[in-house]
Design a protein around this ligand. Structure first.
Ligand SMILES: [Zn+2]
Length: 324
């Protein structure tokens, strides 16, 4: 089926990450995930500050590991018209050379797992794209700030991880999922606009939203190979599945989840094997950030009651009289 922006997409092959309902409570963790309380009370979103007209992506720290995987090259993406990446759905932009990979991480930021992923990447002086869920960004803005500060690319992955092919959602609700996700990530980054890089939850691409993203000049990321880390029983399985596919394809955009524990555990070994196998990491940067829409920045402000906060606890559990 041909859609706007000249993109061709097919039936989803990469599998979903996690499935949240749009009305999920404010801890939309997968069932198996033990959802810890936020490290600190989630603040009420304040209006994002105006981002600087020209944003300079923070540089990665100098590399002190002579055997590091590193970054082979950095490509800048002009997202005008909403180009699509990832051969599972988009066949036109074949920019990776043999043995080149792009590391992508979905569904964060999340406690422990995202910091562990950041450490593994830092130890190997390499980088990836993080497709953040808006709600999670509001839970853990400090973790998302660390992702950005480390020089990684931050994209978006809707507000609540709703599957946008769900017929129960109106067109306005689908747009809101996309736009409020962008507004939330911008808020979490202290007013810094994310990259105009978007991944549909469960890689379900409704044609009208593909068209819409084209009008917003937001690039769409499918993948070339799915690690199926959300299905893995342990870290080794994440590694085995990934390399079985990668060694067959020889290159590709790899879909993983910094949200998942097994991925965080697998990543150090996975990066070592990439290096040993002669693979090279490509960094993807956007030519310009995405501009959030004021309407959805304001919608985000209404979410404060849904954000986790200690005020949801009864007073008696917070304040105890110990002496009079
Ligand atoms: Zn996801």
């Amino acid at each position: 089926m041909r859609v706007a922006a000249g993109l061709i997409f097919a039936v989803s092959l990469c599998a979903p990450g996690v499935a949240w309902s749009q009305s999920a409570p404010p801890k939309p963790a997968a069932a198996a995930q033990t959802a810890p309380a936020p490290a600190q009370a989630a603040p009420t979103p304040a209006a994002p500050q105006q981002a600087a007209a020209t944003q300079v992506q923070p540089a990665r720290a100098p590399c002190n590991n002579p055997d590091a995987l590193g970054v082979a090259r950095t490509v800048e993406i002009d997202t005008t018209g909403g180009p699509g990446f990832g051969f599972e759905h988009f066949k036109e932009l074949d920019f990776l050379r043999d043995h080149e990979v792009v590391l992508t991480f979905d569904d964060g930021p999340w406690v422990e797992n995202t910091p562990a992923v950041l450490k593994a990447l830092a130890d190997q002086c390499t980088t990836g794209i993080f497709f953040s869920i808006g709600k999670h960004a509001t839970y853990y803005p400090e973790i998302l700030k660390q992702v950005y500060a480390a020089g990684h690319t931050v994209g978006t992955h809707t507000w609540s991880h709703a599957t946008l092919t769900n017929k129960k959602l109106s067109e306005d609700q689908r747009k809101e999922e996309i736009e409020k996700g962008i507004s939330a990530v911008k808020w979490a980054l202290g007013g810094v606009s994310p990259a105009p890089f978007f991944r549909f939850p469960a890689l379900q691409h409704p044609p009208e939203m593909v068209t819409y993203l084209g009008t917003r000049n937001v690039a769409i990321f499918s993948c070339d190979l799915d690690s199926f880390d959300f299905k893995a029983k342990n870290a080794q399985q994440v590694i085995d599945v990934t390399f079985k596919k990668l060694d067959k394809l020889g290159k590709g955009i790899i879909l993983m989840h910094d949200f998942h524990k097994h991925t965080a555990e697998a990543l150090p070994e996975m990066l070592r094997r990439l290096k040993a196998g002669g693979y090279k990491v490509v960094a993807m940067r956007a030519k310009a950030p995405v501009e959030s829409l004021p309407q959805y920045d304001q919608e985000l402000m209404k979410e404060d009651v849904k954000l986790p906060t200690v005020s949801q606890r009864p007073v008696s559990s917070v304040v105890t009289t110990v002496s009079q």
